[in-house]
Design a protein around this ligand. Sequence first.
Ligand code: NAD
Length: 249
Amino acid sequence: MEKMLEGKVALITGASRGIGKAVALRFAAEGAAIAFTHVTPSAAAEQTEQEIAALGVKVKRYVADAADYAATEALVADVVKEFGRIDILVNNAGITRDTLLMRMSEQQWDEVISANLKSAFNFCRLCTPIMMRQRSGSIINMSSVVGVHGNAGQCNYAASKAGIIGLTKSIAAEMGSRGVRANVIAPGFINTDMTGKLSEELRAEWAKQIPLRRAGEGEDIAGAALFLASDLAAYVTGQVLQVDGGMAM
Ligand code: NAD
């Protein structure tokens, strides 16, 4: 059977571990060449690169801060030089700096808005001209159920993830006539390093709110991302797909 992303090139931010890694591996298994980024050098990132290469596709790893516009400009130019095109962009890089608004510092606000929202602007701004010239492209921006519904203790994170939704819908409106689609995935509670920091008590509290009675895995998000990246979603743009086990209906 033909692979779903054969011949495509995917650029994925924050894919050294967690959800980004699961997306990269799924895309690679479907035949896509993979360029991926992460922010700090780590053995885990090298391991991810090896796992992708073992699937028989071309892979290149970049250590870069997605919130840095100049660095992103150089990175995107290198991806085009190395891979020739960019068919799929996944803006997945993200961080949390959780605390109640009354305790939140300016720095905690700025760091989260930069890493989560400005990063997505940077990559969308620099990749869309390439996709427009190709007259095809699929952008997938990682939001969160928290961006749709809000959450106590996460004003900065929720604002960044709500911003992702506005950014994506606007891109969908601007770029549809050029064959470029843009959609959002809003994951619920997914088992990764990000949620591993939370207390057992909080994790149990979240689990009670999930009709499917389990936390999600990176692979659950990767399946949704594969759909949005592929031609199965050729008529889908500007949408927010919640992948959350029914947690936030
Ligand atoms: P994670 O912490 O396991 O991985 C985050 C990745 O992003 C890492 O590869 C890290 O290097 C990278 N990263 C962070 N800041 C970066 C920067 N400035 N530039 C480049 N790369 C950077 O997180 P995860 O749980 O896999 O989350 C991935 C995405 O999914 C995030 O955007 C997160 O907000 C979102 N999300 C996660 C959950 C969850 O429950 N885990 C729920 C909803 C949304």
